[in-house]
Design a protein around this ligand. Structure first.
Ligand SMILES: Cc1ncc(COP(=O)(O)O)c(C=O)c1O
Length: 367
């Protein structure tokens, strides 16, 4: 049997929606883009959603719309995909990394407080693997220090926190629709969510080459070609309708894995739902000291695995070279990144596939 790590869905209905948009709409920033934005804002409970070309573009524009500029510093966890900080390093903003909490791999509010200096303008908590960070504490630290909070919700579409949704818990939220995410747009895409009229307006102009609203030839802000294509938005509308059901199915799969893998070998289970957090299990990650051996064994059995993230951002070769970072700066991040391993997780994983993955893991530990 082969069980992939992820399995992006593309139904006939989604393909038809894309084809209809291609036949009838402006190819970029067409009617579907605005409908997708409206539906996404509604899902998050935010006033605005601004569709862009990727999650990285969303993070960049959200920071710039809040006035973050060259010479400033932005704090983020290093236990994340490199795009979290790639979003601002190219425009001259320095990363300031703070360690994560051992219990859920999200930004530790106490470490954030200690990392803030006079140049720090913003913090980017990451809802890693679909588990929302300690937003109340993070917002409180940020409020006292007068810095902006932008949620990196690229792995947390529809995740809950104290009755609200990820992306509506701070100054702005940023989402990615890369094909393996909890929902996608049939290609690359991203979204910024905010309740702030001025931020929404700046993002709308920046994604469209900095055009002045209502004008084709006048530009009043430096901008980029970060528009979303209409066909992608049309797929996104259909995917969004499935999101809640898909997330529930992911939680059911996670629960099965929890029950079947509890107490097996040296495995530690992923962060669990809490009274505050309703996770969406973008990934299901275990922890083990034997992850390379387990990876090789599972791959030999046809089971897809991921090492998210084998190298924390501060220890990526380019970051070490640019900023002189060394091992030892972020102990929890570094230790976790040496031990995490993701196993197959997608909504339509069958009972049979779950059992096959679990049996394969158990076989590894019985040797
Ligand atoms: C945590 C995180 N931040 C940012 C991104 C960047 O999104 P994109 O690949 O759409 O640019 C991703 C996903 O790829 C991500 O997982």
């Amino acid at each position: 049997m082969k069980v992939p790590i992820a399995s992006p869905v593309m139904t006939e209905k989604m393909i038809e929606a894309a084809a209809t948009a291609l036949r009838n709409e402006r190819l970029t920033l067409g009617e579907s883009v605005f409908k997708f934005e409206e539906a996404f804002a509604k899902m998050c409970g935010s006033k605005f959603a601004i569709a862009v070309s990727s999650g990285t573009a969303a993070l960049q524009l959200a920071l710039q719309a809040h006035g973050v500029k060259a010479g400033d510093r932005v704090i983020a966890p290093a236990m994340s995909f490199v795009a979290t900080t790639n979003a601002f390093v190219p425009f001259g903003v320095a990363p300031g990394f703070a360690d994560v909490s051992e219990k859920d791999y999200t930004l530790d509010p106490a470490k954030l407080r200690a990392a803030i200096d006079g140049k720090t303008k913003a913090v980017l908590p990451v809802h890693l693997y679909g588990h929302v960070a300690a937003m109340d504490e993070i917002n409180e630290v940020a409020r006292k220090q007068n810095i902006v909070v932008i949620e990196d919700s690229c792995q947390a579409h529809g995740a809950g926190y104290k009755g609200k949704k990820a992306g509506n818990l701070a100054n702005a939220g940023c989402f990615s629709f890369y094909p393996t995410k909890n929902m996608h747009v049939g290609g690359d895409g991203g979204m910024i969510t905010t309740n702030d009229d001025k931020v929404a307006d700046a993002c709308q102009r920046m994604r469209h080459c900095g055009r002045k609203k209502g004008s084709n030839y006048e530009h009043d802000i430096i901008g980029y070609t970060y528009r979303l294509n209409s066909a992608n938005a049309a797929v996104g509308i259909e995917q969004l309708k499935m999101l809640e059901g898909w997330n529930e199915k992911r939680r059911v799969v996670a629960k099965k894995y929890d029950q079947m893998l509890h107490g097996v070998g040296d495995l530690a289970l992923p962060p669990q739902p809490t009274k505050d957090v309703v996770p969406v299990f973008h990934l299901y990650t275990l922890r083990t000291k034997k992850r390379y051996e387990l990876k090789a064994f599972l791959e030999g059995k046809g089971v897809g695995v991921g090492l998210n993230y084998e190298i924390p951002i501060h220890l990526q070769p380019v970051y070490k070279e640019m900023f002189g970072y060394r091992e030892g700066m972020l102990p929890v991040t570094e230790k976790s990144c040496k031990e995490v391993i993701a196993i197959p997780m997608f909504p339509d994983l069958t009972e049979e596939q779950v059992k096959y993955v679990v049996d394969s893991v158990k076989e590894f530990y019985s040797k």
